[in-house]
Every structure is written in C-alpha cells, then in structure tokens.
Design a protein around this ligand. Sequence first.
Ligand code: SF4
Ligand code: SF4
Length: 328
Amino acid sequence: MIGIQITIDHEKCTRCGQCVELCPMSVLDWVEQNGKTNISATHPEMCWACLTCAGKCHVKAISIEQHEQQRKYIDDENKTPFKTISPHDAEICQDYAESLEKILKLRSRPVAVNLIKNGSPLPHVPVPRKRLRYCQALIMARRGYSLLMPAWAHACPDGTSILGLSKIPPKLASGEIYVQLGKLATQEAASQMVKERPRIAEDSMRATLVSPLDEAVMMPDVVVIMAPPESMMWLCMASTYYTGRRMTFRMSSYNAQCVESTLYPYTTGEMNTSLGCYGCRAISDIGEESMFLGIPMGKMQTIVDGLKQLGRRAIPDSRAKIYLQPIP
Ligand code: SF4
Ligand code: SF4
C-alpha cells in the first residue's frame, strides 16, 4: 500500500468548508481543537490522494504527500502462471503501432490497455511508486512506461470504481460532487448523468495494465490513442474503409479515459471517441488540441488495413492541401 500524509495549515485555512464538502471519500471533517473548530483528516486511511481537496482549496492550505512505496512488483499468489504475449502477437502489436505512428505521424505512442479480471494471474510489470489516476497511467504509457495498477495504486475513486476495481463511494454514486464542483446544474442532472454512465461490475477486476502498444506484455483488450481531430478523422475513415458504414459514438465528456476510451470499447467491441473530460485535463498537461480514441483489439486489423490504403493517396493529398487556393 502507498502511505498518504495529509497536512492542513490551520493558519492559512479560512474555514470555508469546501474541502469537507468535496472530498469524495469523506476523509475530512470539522473537529474541536484547543477551543477552535478546525478541519482535520478524521479518516486518513480512506484517502486516495485524488487531490480534489488540495486543488480546490483557495488558499492552498492542504498538502497531500504520498510516501513512495519501495515494492516494485506484486508477489502474485495466483497458482496459474501468467501467460506472456507470444512472439507472433508481439509482432502484430509492433506492426500496428508502427503503422499508426508512421502513417498518421502520431506525436504520442498508442497505448495497450488490459483490464485484468479477478482470479486471473498478474504479469511481472512494475507498479507505480505513487498512486496515479488511470488517465495519468495512460500518459505514462505514452511516454514508454508499462504499469500494473491494482485498486490501491489508483488515485481516482470514480474511474477505479467505473472500471470495476472497487466500490463506488456514496458521494460519487449520488452525483452530488458534480454539482458541488460546478460541473452540473442540479442534483437531478447529476443523478441522471450517473444513472446513464455505464460501469463494470464492482470488484470484478483485479488490476489495470497499460503499456506502449509496441511493448505490450499481453494481447491488449483496447488500444487508446491520443491525437488531434485530423488523425481521428483518418482512423474513423479507416474503420469504415471497407464498409462505408456510418459511425455512432457515445460521449458525455464525463469520465473520458475510463468510460469513453476504455470501458465502451471493452464492453461493446466498438471503437469510441472522446473529447476528454474535466478530470483528465485538470490533472495533466494534455493539450487543448488533443482528443482520444479507444479501439477494441478485435478491430485493429481492419483499421490498420484501411489506414494503409488511405495512406497511399488520400492522407498525403489532404495533408498537402491539394485544393487550397489563395483566397481572393
Ligand atoms: S478548502 Fe482550504 S480554506 Fe477551505 S476549509 Fe478546507 S483547508 Fe480551509
Ligand atoms: S486527496 Fe482526495 S480523498 Fe484524500 S482527503 Fe483530499 S479529497 Fe479526500
């Protein structure tokens, strides 16, 4: 487990109470201390290091520090040994990654994602030293890291419960926190958003695994791509190159990486796009021009084949702006 130290500077604190209201895990509360009413971490063991309290405190009175855990790997007691990716499958993943990067000139690496079910063996892949949000783990994978994350290595109670690694905390289940954060107008709207949002059965997953696609340690469930809209356009065209079918995407701009880029492709077998969300944009340096696409592994061959065809004429012609005339 990763130890978390919560420190509240009572000199700076204006006692506005925002942190108590916003903490999704009800870690913070009012307590009487030396004749004063102060904010205190009354349930520090419940803290996920999500940084909601620290980020929203208007005087920066809260600090959340994680003690780096020393254990690099999990000692898996599962009796079934983990079956690592075969050389043939590894080659397929490398070919997909290379084709995507070369034809689209992607600036970040496609990410292989696996949701490891309860009861399944774990790969020998490092766990992060500190808790990370799932969206941050994807960023790390784009930068070349492979990470295995059971629930205790995740920092977002929302995304972690959505992906089936934990139970949803009451404040997130009711949606009240979305109203408090100013993201939805009413409790009714928040309840509706939560009701319509899909989720994987709670506690059914053991861990998330992310890695660069060309270094996948097992055949991925989903490939997540971050790119500008123009690259997404080609990927959509590639997916329908042989059928001409129209596409339907499911988006709400809530829970972009966990729901839109991962859960939907995982559960429906269809690719799904995402514009990002408040959480993943607030916690990272994802550029304004970036959006996301989750592709189920079963669709990758069709998409890469289509992309190779588009890469012969359509993509270079369009990128060369062949119809661009000077505006009179
Ligand atoms: S949000 Fe900051 S200022 Fe407000 S009560 Fe919490 S610690 Fe104090
Ligand atoms: S970091 Fe998150 S879980 Fe921990 S006290 Fe702050 S808001 Fe609550």
